[in-house]
Design a protein. Structure first.
Length: 505
């Protein structure tokens, strides 16, 4: 018996030649998605001016990408397990680059919405495939932890590079250029990936169940849409019906997975306390952070008067902290414990958000930069270790589906956080007391107030902008406080849910 096991053990611990070069290709895919996720926010004012979308169309331009990607992540992760993760990654990367061109040259709001939706389909193939390939390329647990740290650090770096590069391009070129930067990355990824990436797929999987794919898509999009609508416009019959449809689809999805011989997602994975704890930690962490991340760029540009490029540079400390923490997170999790590193990281983020409740219109950058650095370090520790826990908790043949669950938690957390904490900011903002003659458009958003100020007499414009900016900062401070409460509560929950979890040695 012992002799028959030895070859399997040796194969499992074998260190694949060229694995670090293969990792370089995978992080290019991560960079592609991370940069694209951050540049749209900077480009939105320019897109709005050029394409002249209605308010509803502008919301769909901003939201449809995250809706589609959240709804398809689990399905695409499972598809990669079946047809091959390398094949899916390269096909997705090619599609992502080509559809980016369609985004760049969109000429109508409707065309832009369709292009963003298609980009979400392509984006849904990339993140689960990269993490699943890491699970299958790096057999040594310590090397895998470092690889996951590099993977996460690249995602964090991409969120910083996106605003900086996007801000530079917007100051020198037209808005479509922020999408065209995907092309050279895609070309390098595909050409090098064909040669360096090993193919991996799972044996014994049945056909890709299209009904499960549909239920997953309808369920996630329905729930996210309902929450965002309720947060933006209050309860409504349409929102309630959409939410009920989404919940019903997800319940049906779970019941169907339990009966299929080859499910799209093995929902029994959630019986593993470490797996469930890590997924929930990711979801609530992103939820608590989303209010800050979504509105920070507006604060830096519309309140403190920084240009897009300078605003992008101002956000670098968060990414730098996440990169540094991600590279050493696995080592500290083994030295201390998983729950100590995750809970400690989340508590640090919560405390940093708490300090931002003191934010004012003239707050100096050293205070903000220090808070962002702590946020980055804490998030880097937490996200890297939870990703390692999620991958280690499942067999290699389910790595794609497990990775997709992790990514779906990020997307759901972001959507819910922007909806819930965003409603806090917009609710406080809309109640500001402006001078006589303040137009209704100024109460819809701070950007609307800045635009409206150009058509008002100087004294009225100055008084209105002062009141609007103060109200926006008050809302941002309140949202930061709510985020701090969420993060600290999640830190406590993670301490109990991740009890006894250990990374492989």
């Amino acid at each position: 018996m012992t002799s028959t096991l030895r070859p399997a053990v040796a194969a499992e611990t074998e260190k694949r030649p060229g694995r670090w070069l293969a990792l370089c290709v995978l992080v290019l895919a991560v960079l592609l998605v991370a940069v694209d996720a951050t540049v749209l926010g900077l480009a939105t004012p320019y897109i709005s001016e050029d394409l002249k979308p209605s308010g509803t169309q502008l919301l769909w331009i901003g939201d449809v990408y995250s809706f589609v990607i959240a709804g398809l992540l689990v399905s695409m992760g499972s598809l990669g397990d079946r047809i091959g993760r390398k094949k899916l990654l390269l096909l997705g990367a090619t599609a992502f680059g080509l559809i980016s061109v369609l985004n760049a040259y969109a000429t109508t709001p409707e065309m832009m919405i369709v292009a963003r939706a298609l980009l979400g389909v392509a984006g849904a193939t990339l993140m689960p495939a990269t993490l699943a390939l890491i699970r299958n390329i790096f057999h040594d647990p310590r090397e895998r932890s470092l690889a996951i740290g590099i993977w996460g650090a690249t995602a964090s770096a991409g969120t910083a590079v996106g605003p900086v590069v996007g801000g530079f391009l917007l100051e020198h070129f037209w808005w479509g250029s922020v999408f065209l930067i995907n092309l050279p990355v895609m070309v390098v990824l595909v050409l090098v990936g064909v040669r360096l990436l090993p193919e991996s797929r799972s044996a014994g999987h049945g056909p890709w169940d299209l009904l499960s794919v549909t239920l997953s898509l309808v369920g996630v999009i329905g729930v996210v849409y309902a929450v965002k609508e309720a947060a933006a416009h209050g309860p409504s019959g349409t929102g309630l019906a959409t939410g009920l449809l989404g919940v019903s689809a997800l319940v049906w999805f779970v019941r169907r997975q339990l009966t299929l011989p080859a499910p799209l997602l093995d929902v029994r994975l959630f019986r593993n306390r470490g797996f469930s704890g890590a997924v929930l930690a990711d979801l609530f962490t992103v939820l608590g952070l989303s209010g800050l991340v979504f509105f920070l760029s507006q604060y830096l540009q519309l309140v403190q008067g920084r240009g897009p490029f300078e605003a992008g540079l101002a956000e670098i400390p968060a990414a730098a902290g996440a990169v540094a923490a991600g590279l050493v997170a696995g080592r500290y999790a083994r030295r201390f414990s998983v729950r100590a590193v995750v809970s400690g990281g989340l508590a640090a983020v919560g405390l940093a958000l708490g300090t931002l409740t003191l934010l004012g219109t003239t707050t100096g950058y050293p205070v903000l930069g220090a808070a962002l650095l702590v946020v980055g370090v804490g998030a880097g520790f937490s996200f890297t270790v939870t990703a390692d826990v999620i991958l280690s908790a499942v067999p290699k043949d389910q790595a794609g589906a497990a990775s997709a669950v992790s990514e779906t938690a990020y997307e759901l957390g972001a959507a819910l956080g922007i909806a819930l904490l965003g409603s806090v900011v917009t609710g406080v903002y809309a109640g500001f007391t402006g001078p006589a003659g303040t137009p209704a458009a100024a109460r819809e958003s701070l950007g609307g107030a800045v635009e409206a100020a150009g058509n008002l007499p100087a004294p009225t414009a100055e008084a209105m902008l002062g009141a609007a900016r103060q109200s926006f900062v008050d809302g941002l401070a309140l949202a930061s406080g709510a985020g701090a409460v969420v993060l600290l509560a999640t830190a406590v929950a993670a301490w109990f849910l991740l009890r006894g979890q250990r990374l492989e040695t």
